[in-house]
Write a protein that binds this ligand. Sequence first.
Ligand SMILES: *[C@@H]1O[C@H](CO)[C@@H](O)[C@H](O)[C@H]1NC(C)=O
Ligand SMILES: *[C@@H]1O[C@H](CO)[C@@H](O)[C@H](O)[C@H]1NC(C)=O
Ligand SMILES: *[C@@H]1O[C@H](CO)[C@@H](O)[C@H](O)[C@H]1NC(C)=O
Ligand SMILES: *[C@@H]1O[C@H](CO)[C@@H](O)[C@H](O)[C@H]1NC(C)=O
Ligand SMILES: *[C@@H]1O[C@H](CO)[C@@H](O)[C@H](O)[C@H]1NC(C)=O
Ligand SMILES: *[C@@H]1O[C@H](CO)[C@@H](O)[C@H](O)[C@H]1NC(C)=O
Ligand SMILES: *[C@@H]1O[C@H](CO)[C@@H](O)[C@H](O)[C@H]1NC(C)=O
Ligand SMILES: *[C@@H]1O[C@H](CO)[C@@H](O)[C@H](O)[C@H]1NC(C)=O
Ligand SMILES: *[C@@H]1O[C@H](CO)[C@@H](O)[C@H](O)[C@H]1NC(C)=O
Ligand SMILES: *[C@@H]1O[C@H](CO)[C@@H](O)[C@H](O)[C@H]1NC(C)=O
Ligand SMILES: *[C@@H]1O[C@H](CO)[C@@H](O)[C@H](O)[C@H]1NC(C)=O
Ligand SMILES: *[C@@H]1O[C@H](CO)[C@@H](O)[C@H](O)[C@H]1NC(C)=O
Ligand SMILES: [Cu+2]
Length: 819
Amino acid sequence: MRLPLSLSGGVTSLLLIGSLAGDVLATKLDPSAAKVRQKHQGRKALMRSLYGRSNQHPSDRWDKEKHHGQHAPPCEDTPPQEVDAPKENVWYGLTDDETANVARWLFGRPELNLTVSENAGEWDNTIALIELMRPNKTESIEYIDGNGPAPTRFAHVRLNNRATVDPYYADLLVGPLPISSNSSWEALEFPYTRKSQGRVRNVEPDGETVYSEWLFKISASIADITLDLWNGTAMGLENDTLDIWGIDPLWQDDGRLVRWDMYWNMPTDLFDSETLLPLGLYLKSDVTGRDPSQWKLLGWMYNDIFYETTDEFREAYWSPGFVKVGPNLDGAWAHTDQRGPVPPKDRKQPPLTVAPDGARYSVDTDRKYVSWMDFSFYISFNRDTGLSLFDIKYKGQRVLYELGLQEALAHYAGNDPVQSSVAYLDSYYGFGPYAFELLKGYDCPSYASYLNTSFYKSEETHTHVDSLCLFEFDADYPLARHSTSDYVTVSKNVYFTIRTINTIGNYDYMFSYNFHMDGTIGVEVRASGYIQSAYYANNQDFGYQIHDSLSGSMHDHVLNFKADFDILGTDNTIELTSVIPVEKKFSWNGNKTRNTMQLKRELVESEDDGRLNWGFNGQTQIHVINQDEKNKYGEYRGYRILPSSGTAHLTVQNSSNLANAAHWAEYDVQVTQQHDTEPFAAHPYNSQDIHDPPVNFEKFFNGESLNQTDLVVWLNLGMHHVPHSGDLPNTVFTTAHSSIQFMPLNYLVGDPSRESVNMVRVNYSNGSATEIETFGQSNETCGVRLSPIEDQLWSYQGDVIVRKFPYDPNDPFYETDTA
Ligand SMILES: *[C@@H]1O[C@H](CO)[C@@H](O)[C@H](O)[C@H]1NC(C)=O
Ligand SMILES: *[C@@H]1O[C@H](CO)[C@@H](O)[C@H](O)[C@H]1NC(C)=O
Ligand SMILES: *[C@@H]1O[C@H](CO)[C@@H](O)[C@H](O)[C@H]1NC(C)=O
Ligand SMILES: *[C@@H]1O[C@H](CO)[C@@H](O)[C@H](O)[C@H]1NC(C)=O
Ligand SMILES: *[C@@H]1O[C@H](CO)[C@@H](O)[C@H](O)[C@H]1NC(C)=O
Ligand SMILES: *[C@@H]1O[C@H](CO)[C@@H](O)[C@H](O)[C@H]1NC(C)=O
Ligand SMILES: *[C@@H]1O[C@H](CO)[C@@H](O)[C@H](O)[C@H]1NC(C)=O
Ligand SMILES: *[C@@H]1O[C@H](CO)[C@@H](O)[C@H](O)[C@H]1NC(C)=O
Ligand SMILES: *[C@@H]1O[C@H](CO)[C@@H](O)[C@H](O)[C@H]1NC(C)=O
Ligand SMILES: *[C@@H]1O[C@H](CO)[C@@H](O)[C@H](O)[C@H]1NC(C)=O
Ligand SMILES: *[C@@H]1O[C@H](CO)[C@@H](O)[C@H](O)[C@H]1NC(C)=O
Ligand SMILES: *[C@@H]1O[C@H](CO)[C@@H](O)[C@H](O)[C@H]1NC(C)=O
Ligand SMILES: [Cu+2]
């Protein structure tokens, strides 16, 4: 039995009397397939967190006297046991050599006319991306489920072709890999709804010229006004204190490209507060085409008055009676460091969790495979959407073939033209490149273990060390309990999490996939970081005033996840089970009716009925069932899907900003027949052609049957975010939260969590315990000693960069800096 934690001398050490059972669990999962490899390598994190960097053996430092002579051995700090994944991870990524060989091969193709990124300007073709082309599901499952060969490997390449007046991005398929005389490239078209040789135009090919030849020059032309208003300029000078930027996507109507930009104060400190410092002046320009001499300034907007020309604006500005509105100035209010009175007792060390037996899960570090208790999965990671999980199995049976983010939308609204036009589709920026190293003990518990992630950029592979974390956690509430006058029984609620955090500009998204002892799988997203705020003038209908001249610009976050369920095979059906109010006659009640409720079950037969919203009062549950797999009582075995906190789809209907670029955001739950030609809900460059985007999700719905066929469920998590004064300086993860759970439904007989020994039953009688049953759970004791948190944090690294072209396998860091 565990005793309460007790402090042992000094604020940085802690005694844990707990369990110590050695490597009991490492091979529990998948005993048929997973072969244990005894390899205790890698994990430095826990050692540092518990014992610091001292070479002294932890038990030497144990202070016996303070513990009444007890001597507890040091707690285990074993890293996850290394296992061999049953199969190759066919989804993870390219090896360094594969990437380098593809890069070299592409540079050898004269028809592609590529320039090395380092030497490239706005009028050259460059490689934007080289990564693994994930194999088709059809081919992958033959391999993972049977004796099929591993799928042939291909690279997915994205070119940014700007050596033309009509610049475009091009998706290519390159292979087979390894590169040989048999390898070739072709336009990648099949995964996209738009058939245009895998091409989509690039509407912002001249990122530098837009500033140097356009925004800075226009801004210089009103420097008299910006200096008068804000004592600053935005002219591309070292001493600029103002910034200009604006809408995304650009306006794309009537064959024109129109941008709105606005002025912001630059932060005066290290803090990233710029998105809290809008200044309320906006300019509109037509930037169609690549010749800046043809671009047109279309006007200025200040204090809800539109001026068609700079002259008109200047004349009004310097006229008597012109109303100037106040600036937003940087300051402590916009900074995240501690300030204000420290709450009572807050200087004492807060509680923390420990893992006395070390990791109770296993990892194949090379193949990126994880097993915990009766769950297992493979990890995949890519540029566009970051982390995904494949082949999620529970008790040896696949539940999900694929589970991962597809796209994240932040759709703003406001009286001003910039807020009104912003609808970020974040995969444009990419989630992979922004999965930064996690801070130990803060982003994840101190005993978590970590994996690295890598992404391609400008002929280099960048690695974010320790950017995925894995850990078990003891929830703050039990899994199950019951009391009677004779006994009480309670079970621990220990769950497993894999987590990544992606910081896309001002905002930090935390994604957690949680696995529970009762077979439940949870998907959870939280948001923090700096809001993108609005200038307060005239924005009353679009947000609250949250600081002197600041409005918390209202916006919807909608995040789409693909959940490709395979319940006891690929042939599945969606059953809607509703609880409905009824007036009903019963045999035992004569002719009288009773007002009551009952169950209504219906199957979703085709994609025509496949776009669903969570019903009124949560009365309808969505079940993924297999009609060919009934349990012994004749009920369909399946998993049910239900929100576990709020979810949201997009409020705006037929968005002027998005047109056809994000139809996935329109409903809560959408179900389609699985096709190798529909692997993603979105394309990262949908924002480049909103009327005719590469992936128009709406086109997935063409009336196909959903009756006992391979299905994909596309789920939206999200928040209607109306920032208030508590979003300053940062939005907090507690409130910006959305989650959903997949729960076994008549899937097993009884609750599988009963298999765990981590429960107790206490019988009692006449005021005293008569029996304590601990079911053979570990009862050993061990000691934990903590070291100051700084010891771990000094190891924070940031990016590690490996050059891919020119590439020297013996010196992968050739001519690269680590940043
Ligand atoms: C190849 O790209 C260069 C710029 O890198 C450009 O000047 C040239 O016109 C391009 N050639 C062709 C055939 O497109
Ligand atoms: C190319 O393909 C042919 C036919 O499939 C095969 O026989 C040959 O070994 C391949 N060559 C290489 C270098 O992979
Ligand atoms: C205006 O800016 C200049 C240079 O940044 C600074 O030296 C000066 O003090 C500022 N004036 C006011 C009134 O803030
Ligand atoms: C900023 O730098 C420019 C060019 O170096 C100079 O002309 C200007 O006076 C500077 N402005 C201020 C406010 O210091
Ligand atoms: C992560 O990358 C670092 C630096 O390259 C390396 O030392 C470490 O072993 C990697 N971790 C894993 C789990 O592969
Ligand atoms: C129920 O209603 C039917 C038709 O209205 C009537 O014939 C019958 O007697 C009724 N039964 C009772 C138990 O009231
Ligand atoms: C969406 O808006 C556009 C532009 O206003 C309009 O042409 C189109 O008919 C609208 N579509 C729907 C389905 O309402
Ligand atoms: C994957 O599926 C698509 C669509 O059916 C097909 O065009 C493509 O050739 C497949 N890829 C491989 C490697 O079989
Ligand atoms: C759905 O599939 C089941 C089993 O395959 C079949 O019995 C049933 O008739 C189908 N229903 C419809 C409406 O097609
Ligand atoms: C304790 O309670 C359990 C469950 O009710 C019962 O099976 C067991 O016999 C009890 N033991 C004693 C000693 O009463
Ligand atoms: C509880 O205590 C009472 C009085 O002491 C005694 O009569 C009774 O038998 C006890 N019951 C049990 C279950 O031990
Ligand atoms: C711990 O468990 C073992 C085996 O179940 C038992 O023999 C031993 O008495 C227990 N120790 C304590 C302190 O409860
Ligand atoms: Cu938000």
